[in-house]
Design a protein around this ligand. Structure first.
Ligand SMILES: Cc1cc2nc3c(=O)[nH]c(=O)nc-3n(C[C@H](O)[C@H](O)[C@H](O)COP(=O)(O)OP(=O)(O)OC[C@H]3O[C@@H](n4cnc5c(N)ncnc54)[C@H](O)[C@@H]3O)c2cc1C
Length: 375
């Protein structure tokens, strides 16, 4: 029996725990015993519970885009028994840029064509029809990603938890890994809930990824947690705006996403942070309100609620998946950045295959994902 401890109960941890405990066809994987440890009392307390819940194929470092592509079948047709409700709901993405943003629009279009031919430039009239809340600014250009979608993040997270438990996996909350020391062919792990042993540790600790590596005597990869702010405002159009697209600035200066009778807003900020329980700063909310009021007719004057989360990036902004070359029993699953939800099914299967020595989906180029590129 191979004992595996997965560290972290966000989307990366629960999806990878599920992928380790189950064969690609969904049956429990024989000879593997997986325990997930989460420091907090509840799962998904940190970044996973704070996202904008959008699937965008034309987003993130080019090296990790195949992870979104290989996730799509799971999202569109989840494996039987994992969830009763759909994980995706249609919501187009409209990227907008003024005359000074031509380069960003061209890049967006060129990269979009590589992932989905339905990503096209549309004209002013069509954009106004789709997103009537946009101000009609001269020289503005519009790129539409019609197959973008809302993700039911809680449903997705719960689907992995359910699949993991059905396959015999164990979840220990309020259990923080404090140290791990090589012990025979594996690890002796000290946690806040007592010692454990395992042949393999999977580091899915999000912003704490390098902290967990240091606790196991493994060299860091240089993860950078970047704070991103989000807040909700009332929609002046009530529920009429619910089906409008997510609209994002081409240079990532702001975005807004309709949500029921509200809009989720963000300055798309990236402020370096220690790994902490992130909190929003008033100034970041104020910056977003200025930018969004200039670009839309939302007329924001009051904020209903606000929060912040840490999007954690490796130095090249791609993910870090698979065993460490210097410590093969230490498996990385970090650097999810701004795409950890939409890539979870594909990244989890890729990471599990690398950990167990199985074949990886041949659409995935490992050179941009394994830790070897930093060693
Ligand atoms: C505002 C915002 C908008 C976003 N929008 C999107 C989006 O639209 N689409 C998308 O795909 N992504 C989006 N993201 C990014 C996405 O949320 C993240 O990539 C993803 O949630 C990261 O998941 P994770 O499991 O790596 O990290 P986390 O959810 O932070 O989980 C890590 C867990 O590890 C635990 N942990 C740490 N150290 C230890 C230890 N020593 N022992 C035990 N447990 C430990 C922590 O307590 C934590 O629960 C957004 C993020 C933000 C902040």
């Amino acid at each position: 029996m191979t004992h595996i401890v997965v560290v972290g109960g966000g989307i990366a941890g629960v999806s990878t725990a599920w992928a380790l405990a189950t064969e690609p066809d969904g049956r429990p994987r024989p000879g593997i015993d997986v325990t997930l440890v989460e420091a907090e009392v509840t799962l998904a307390h940190h970044t996973t519970g704070r996202s904008a819940a959008q699937l965008i194929e034309n987003y993130g470092a080019l090296a990790l885009r195949p992870l979104t592509a290989t996730s799509l079948p799971f999202f569109r047709e989840p494996p039987p028994g994992l969830t009763d409700a759909p994980l995706l709901t249609e919501r187009a993405l409209l990227t907008v840029g003024g005359p000074h943003q031509a380069e960003a629009i061209e890049r967006n279009l060129a990269e979009g064509r590589l992932v989905n031919p339905t990503i096209v430039e549309i004209d002013r009239a069509e954009a106004r029809l789709l997103a009537p809340f946009l101000r009609d600014l001269d020289g503005q250009r519009y790129v539409l990603e019609p197959e973008s979608a809302d993700i039911d993040v809680a449903g997705l997270h719960q689907a992995f938890v359910r699949g993991f438990r059905l396959a015999g996996g164990t979840i220990a909350t309020a259990t923080r890994l404090d140290t791990a020391r090589p012990d025979g062919g594996g690890w002796r792990i000290e946690t806040t809930d007592g010692p454990r042993t395992a042949e393999i540790i999977v580091n899915a600790a999000g912003a704490w990824g390098d902290v967990v590596a240091a606790a196991a005597g493994v060299a860091p990869v240089g993860l950078e947690p970047l704070r991103r702010t989000a807040f909700m405002v009332r929609s002046p159009w009530g529920h009429d705006s619910a089906g409008w697209p997510l609209v994002a600035d081409a240079d990532h200066a702001w975005y807004v996403k309709p949500d029921g009778a509200q809009f989720l807003c963000s300055p798309a900020d990236e402020t370096p942070s220690d790994p902490v329980d992130a909190r929003p700063e008033e100034v970041d909310v104020a910056v977003a309100i200025d930018r969004i009021n200039a670009a839309t007719s939302l007329g924001i004057r009051a904020v209903a609620s606000s929060w912040a989360g840490l999007r954690t990036f490796a130095p090249d902004r791609s993910m870090v998946l698979g065993p460490d070359p210097d410590h093969p029993g230490f498996v990385w699953c970090v650097g999810q950045g701004g795409t950890g939800i939409q890539t979870a099914p594909g990244a989890a299967r890729c990471c599990a295959a690398l950990a167990l020595g199985d074949a990886v989906d041949d659409r995935i180029e490992l050179a941009g994902l394994t830790v070897d590129r930093f060693r």
